[in-house]
Structures are given as structure tokens and as C-alpha cells.
Ligand binder design. Structure first.
Ligand code: ATP
Ligand code: MG
Length: 325
């Protein structure tokens, strides 16, 4: 398979969107109506999880978003810096607090949330001198479908795509949109345009059909390649992942056998590792192995990005962990 992504040397992978802390209930049950034990704050937000894993594995990485001038903001900035992520384009809001999400798992695996995102610093950023300087030297943009419902993220993504593509950079998209989700007409058009210009698409389960607008896995894949997508990696949770190439190639990556303690962030870690590895020149087989290891390792730890791994940690994980048949 060809190199579908711009090389790491062209400039950092940029991800745009919400930066949060997550506070996790330590018991299983229904929601937050009574006092209960909690653990956190953990750094979080899907785009932040993605970029953290991208940096940890050794890819050039940078984040666009905002935090408040508070400890929750510090938790995020410190973690991203530790992971080697460029935080120059993360704004610090003088007025609004860092975004937060309280999460509690129910017995059936469903989750209850109490969020403060839309009215927090997480949603208050935009095109700034720092963002412009970063985008001017970026090599790749990763877009999360969920970011498209955030005005501030859309304002940055719309401009960044054209600038990064014009300098030879590439685009990856994690649709991250449930199949049933109906977007307003303008957002749907933006989503379709981003999918069509994606060099790499990273859907999970039925998001593949949602992104293609076509039912059936094979038909959806064929339709996306006709629209110009370069490579598609389908995530299937504990059932593994599959990489589809434009040339008809198909590589299966069985999942690692792990004890799942907190599934949050698996897909984002998987994506961060996959994009970084492909940009560092690894072939799909190897990138898939690191991505699967990053996703699997992350579910073994409580906290959305606590299991993200360095290349050495993922090598050790791969060497010591069985894969499903
Ligand atoms: P998220 O829930 O974070 O949005 P996602 O739906 O985008 O995740 P998943 O398919 O759940 O993505 O996970 C991505 C990858 O991580 C999988 O393809 C698999 O390789 C690995 N993974 C996820 N969950 C498990 C698990 N329980 N055991 C082993 N590997 C897993
Ligand atoms: Mg997902």
C-alpha cells in the first residue's frame, strides 16, 4: 500500500476540539443523584486523547483548543506537554472554567454523564495568531465528527483544512457520529465534504455506513473509495480492526485479549497511534499492531487517556499480550 499520509517531517499532526477533565464514579450504578466516591480529575476530551497518544508514540503533535485558568486546565496542559504535544495553540480563558465531564458506568455498560462543555472554556477558542502560526507549519489535520457541532472548532477546521492541504499535508477523519444522528443541513454538507477529502478515514462500527451514506460494509467501502478516500480503517471494539486499501487490499488486526476496566478513549488512542505510525512511515500492518495495542492497553486503565502508551510501552504490551484467534 502507498503512503497515504504526509510524512512526519512535513510538520505536526494537529487536532482541534474540546479539552476536558473527566471525573469517574468508582462504583457501577445509575447516575449522580446521591453522594458517592469519585476519582479524578483525569485529562480528557476525544481530540485531546487522540493527540496525547499521537505524541506519546513519537509523532509530531499539536493541539488547538482552550482550557480555563484553573487546576483542571493545568492537569491537561501538563499531560499534553509531558506527552510531547505542542500546546502553543491552546488558549487559556481568563473567565470560563475548564470543561468537565462526570461519568458513571451502569451495570449494562451504558454511561450516565454530567457535562460542562458548551458553557466552559472548552468551547471558547477560535482562529488566533497562535493557531495561524501552527497551521502554517502543520503536516496533517485530524478531525473528529463530534467537533463539527462546536462552532469554535468548525471555524478553525474550515480554514485549517485548506491551508494544510495546500502545503502538501493530509487529512484524517474519525466520523464519531452515531448512525441515527441527524445533523443540520450545513453541518451535514461540511461532514460530507470532509469525508470526501479524507486521506484516511477511521470509523467505528456503523459509523462507516453513516459516513458513506450507504448501507452494507462492502458497498460503503466501495462508495467511499469512489469519492476519493485514500485508506479506511474500521474499528470493531473487542473484535479488532480492519484496514482497507484503495487497491482492494484488506488487512485484519485481531484485538488483544485484555480485561476491560474503562472503555472510554479506546478509539481515540487507536487513531492517534495509527496516524502517527503511518506518518512515521510504518506500513499498515505495523501501524495496525501499534494502534490495536494502544486501544487495548487504554481500556485496561481507569481514566480516558491513562493507558496511552509510548512506543516502548506498546512494544512491551505487544510482546506480552495474546491476540484473539
Ligand atoms: P470509543 O468508544 O473510544 O469511541 P471507538 O468506538 O471509536 O471507541 P473501538 O472500536 O471501541 O473504537 O476501539 C478501537 C480499537 O481499540 C479496536 O479496534 C481494538 O483494536 C481496540 N479495543 C477496543 N476495545 C477493546 C477491548 N475490549 N479489548 C481489546 N481491544 C480493544
Ligand atoms: Mg469512536
Amino acid at each position: 500500500m502507498v503512503d497515504v499520509l504526509a510524512p512526519d517531517a512535513l510538520g505536526p499532526t494537529v487536532c482541534v476540539g474540546e479539552i476536558l477533565v473527566e471525573i469517574v464514579a468508582t462504583t457501577v450504578g445509575d447516575g449522580f443523584l446521591a453522594a458517592q466516591p469519585l476519582v479524578g480529575p483525569y485529562p480528557s476530551g476525544a481530540p485531546a486523547i487522540f493527540i496525547s497518544q499521537c505524541g506519546r508514540i513519537g509523532g509530531q503533535a499539536a493541539m488547538v483548543g482552550a482550557v480555563g485558568r484553573d487546576d483542571f486546565g493545568r492537569v491537561n496542559l501538563d499531560r499534553l506537554m509531558r506527552d510531547g504535544v505542542d500546546v502553543s495553540a491552546i488558549a487559556t480563558d481568563p473567565e470560563f472554567p475548564t470543561g468537565s465531564a462526570f461519568v458513571r458506568y451502569r451495570a449494562d455498560g451504558a454511561r450516565d454523564f454530567v457535562y460542562n462543555i458548551a458553557t466552559s472554556a472548552a468551547a471558547r477558542f477560535g482562529w488566533s495568531a497562535e493557531v495561524e502560526a501552527l497551521v502554517a507549519r502543520a503536516g496533517h489535520l485530524h478531525v473528529m465528527g463530534t467537533a463539527l457541532s462546536m462552532k469554535s472548532a468548525v471555524a478553525v477546521i474550515d480554514r485549517a483544512v485548506d491551508i494544510i492541504k495546500a502545503r502538501g499535508g493530509t487529512l484524517s477523519v474519525d466520523p464519531n457520529l452515531r448512525k441515527e444522528l441527524v445533523l443540520d443541513a450545513a453541518t451535514e454538507r461540511r461532514f460530507e465534504a470532509l469525508v470526501s477529502s479524507a486521506d484516511l478515514l477511521l470509523p467505528s462500527g456503523e459509523e462507516l455506513e453513516r459516513a458513506a451514506g450507504v448501507d452494507g460494509e462492502a458497498a460503503a467501502i466501495a462508495s467511499l473509495f469512489r469519492r476519493g478516500v485514500g485508506e479506511i480503517v474500521l474499528k470493531r471494539g473487542a473484535a479488532g480492526a480492519t484496514c482497507f486499501g484503495r487497491d482492494g487490499s484488506r488487512i485484519e488486526a485481531p484485538a488483544f485479549v485484555v480485561e476491560e476496566r474503562d472503555p472510554t478513549g479506546a478509539g481515540d488512542c487507536f487513531g492517534g497511534a495509527y496516524v502517527a505510525c503511518r506518518r512515521l512511515g510504518l506500513p499498515p500492518e505495523q501501524a495496525l499492531a501499534y494502534a490495536s495495542a494502544a486501544g487495548a492497553r487504554n481500556v485496561t486503565r481507569v481514566g480516558p487517556m491513562e493507558g496511552a502508551g509510548t512506543r516502548a510501552e506498546l512494544d512491551a504490551f505487544i510482546a506480552s499480550t495474546e491476540r484473539r484467534a
